[in-house]
Design a protein. Structure first.
Ligand SMILES: *[C@@H]1O[C@H](CO)[C@@H](O)[C@H](O)[C@H]1NC(C)=O
Ligand SMILES: *[C@@H]1O[C@H](CO)[C@@H](O)[C@H](O)[C@H]1NC(C)=O
Ligand SMILES: *[C@@H]1O[C@H](CO)[C@@H](O)[C@H](O)[C@H]1NC(C)=O
Ligand SMILES: CC(=O)N[C@H]1CO[C@H](CO)[C@@H](O)[C@@H]1O
Length: 574
């Protein structure tokens, strides 16, 4: 009593003491309820078994309240509360001590479960993922690996492909012949085993470095190899693992793949065509003798089987965010040779004036380009059906007007929104928003205009367009500078930081042709003059720089629209 009086006398801090008393009572209640709950319901402790050390006291509190709700619902809650972020919310103040106590109890309680299932169950949704490809040569494994890698990288999952055959080539300066792929070839199989091991080790290092996906591009054809790899990943490393088996029964597709291998594989660089074909055929035979397709009934692994490059996709025991995303991507995939055309709109009136953004019409020279583009494309379209994608802005629609093919205006192709700087010249930007201008030069990729967008924003909105475009053939994309930088960057595997400085001039058609898993670029320049809109990063990006330092790389432009633009009087240019 006297203690309480003493407390009350310290008037300023009385509420702190009441809070402390409240917390103590709270933790006692939780401790009691937690115990009661576990004793009462065995099924629940089974649910928590995998949670192990993560099971928070607050979780039990939630479950007690929901005791009479459906079992399914409860499982979902458990799964949710396992996430650390949620745990913090669910936990009551002062519950920490109770939590630690219960953790110890759970550990002893569930120690009886086998270690394997404990380990596998505990692997988090967010653990790194190893993807192992399975299948015979020429089934499109490498192509799938690299496309998937490009897709995942673009979606923010750092991904790398580890190609077994590259490791093998390092061990053998020269490719001798198919003999090394025989099962009974001692030296050959030793080398193959060694290179597979090295590739796996490098993939593991990559994942341990904090990257999120590694794609192991080997054949891994036997059950035993897969079981080993599965065990190693789950139990020893604590990674998630997904096998992707590539099957190809379509003879045309197979032939195309084989021709591509003969053309592009480093193994066959020096061989004559006849020799190479014969060698590859024998190599395939060796592999076929050893190949054991994945059998869902016998093998206990999660896998996706991709038949004929995405024609049929079956999944077995696939769970997790990354995995479902990959499954979605694979099931939408087509793998036909493709040609794509990209072009910026013709020179617009704003280009002439050096203004950014806006929705201006084409200049006179821009209209000439639209006509030239129409002629060029119509010649191609007469041979093969073609379609045209434009943005919703006037200048791309006008540019595409002369092409005789179905057209679609896609909002996601609209130019980067410059927010408060829409319609300004760089000079005006420097005058009105010198700080914004400098910040943009410091990190053009991530800089977002106030009320506008950044390159990263465009990359995000382009995702569905890019996925769609990967499955198209003979499409002309009439777009804008920033949008095309991102799109071409995607197909050409450009480094993200280089994207905003890629040079894509006006009045130029960029033709992409697929070969293997890469793309060949061709720039077709139309002989029609135009201004240059490419501004390089200036040396001085500090916010205290002078106006001349800021404007040193601004390309020249006109101050007013000249009336005789199509005559290209050079002296009119600044
Ligand atoms: C393959 O070509 C390289 C040069 O490109 C040459 O040095 C090498 O000897 C050739 N190998 C065979 C087996 O012809
Ligand atoms: C398959 O693996 C899971 C864990 O990944 C395990 O719980 C299950 O018992 C295994 N099944 C068989 C038939 O081995
Ligand atoms: C940029 O300009 C500012 C102000 O003129 C100057 O103090 C600074 O040293 C310059 N920085 C570089 C990297 O040239
Ligand atoms: C041919 C091949 O790539 N085999 C590998 C599959 O994975 C296992 C497990 O790591 C390797 O040991 C094999 O060499």
């Amino acid at each position: 009593m006297s203690l309480l009086m003493a407390l009350l006398r310290v008037q300023g801090d009385w509420y702190i003491f009441i809070w402390l008393i409240y917390c103590k009572i709270y933790s006692v209640i939780i401790w009691v309820f937690g115990n009661h709950c576990r004793g009462a319901d065995k099924a629940r402790s089974v649910i928590t078994a995998g949670v192990g050390e993560q099971s928070p006291a607050g979780l039990h509190r939630v479950r007690t309240r929901r005791r009479r709700s459906q079992h399914q619902h409860r499982t979902k809650l458990v799964a949710l509360a396992r996430r650390p972020s949620l745990r913090r919310i669910v936990m009551a103040p002062g519950a920490n001590a109770a939590h630690a106590m219960m953790e110890d109890k759970e550990k002893t309680l569930h120690g009886a479960l086998t270690t394997v299932s404990m380990r596998t169950r505990r692997i988090s949704q967010f653990a790194p993922l190893l993807i192992a490809l399975v299948g015979l040569p020429a089934r499109g494994k490498s192509q799938l690996a690299h496309r998937l890698s490009r897709h995942l990288n673009w979606n923010g999952e750092s991904t790398k492909v580890f190609d077994c055959s590259e490791y093998r080539r390092r061990h053998m300066a020269l490719y001798g012949s198919h003999d090394i792929f025989r099962a009974d070839h001692q030296q050959g199989s030793a080398i193959r085993r060694q290179s597979a091991r090295e590739a796996v080790q490098d993939a593991v290092l990559w994942l341990k470095d904090g990257n999120s996906v590694a794609i192991f591009d080997g054949t891994n054809i036997t059950k035993e190899q897969r079981r080993e790899l599965n065990e190693y990943c789950l139990s020893d490393m604590g990674f998630r693992i997904l096998f992707i088996e590539c099957v190809c029964e379509d003879q045309d597709m197979l032939e195309r793949n084989i021709i591509e291998i003969l053309h592009y594989s480093a193994d066959y660089k020096n061989m004559s065509e006849v020799e190479a074909v014969d060698d590859l055929r024998k190599k395939l035979e060796h592999y076929m003798r050893q190949y054991e397709p994945i059998d869902a009934g016998v093998e206990n692994i999660s896998f996706v089987r991709v038949e004929n490059m995405g024609e049929t996709v079956t999944a077995h025991k696939v769970a997790g965010q990354k995995e479902s995303g990959i499954l979605g991507y694979l099931s939408g995939m087509r793998a036909l040779p493709q040609t794509l055309y990209f072009t910026r709109h013709g020179e617009s009136e704003y280009n002439v004036l050096g203004r950014i953004g806006g929705d201006a019409s084409l200049s006179a020279r821009g209209q000439l380009y639209a006509r030239a583009l129409g002629e060029h494309m119509n010649a191609l379209a007469s041979r093969e059906p073609m379609s045209v994608w434009t943005s919703e802005l006037r200048r791309t629609k006008q540019t595409a007007a002369d092409i005789r093919a179905p057209k679609r205006a896609v909002r996601a192709l609209n130019e980067l929104d410059a927010g408060i700087c829409e319609g300004l010249t760089y000079e005006e930007m420097q005058e009105r928003f010198p700080q914004e201008f400098a910040w943009r030069d410091q990190d053009k990729l991530r800089y977002r205009y106030p009320w506008g967008e950044s390159y990263i924003d465009i990359m995000t909105r382009l995702r569905p367009v890019l996925s769609a475009l990967e499955d198209e053939h003979n499409v002309v994309v009439v777009g804008h500078q920033a949008v095309l930088r991102c799109m071409l960057g995607y197909f050409l595997d450009a480094k993200l930081d280089e994207l905003p400085y890629m040079n894509i001039p006006l009045h130029t058609i960029v033709k992409l042709t697929s070969y293997g898993y890469k793309y060949k670029v061709e720039m077709i320049k139309m002989p029609i003059d135009c201004v240059d809109t490419h501004r390089q990063q200036p040396k001085n990006c500090s916010i205290t720089r002078s106006a001349s330092d800021a404007l040193v790389t601004v390309p020249s432009h006109y101050d007013t629209l000249p009336s005789n633009l199509w005559q290209n009087a050079p002296e009119a240019q600044l």
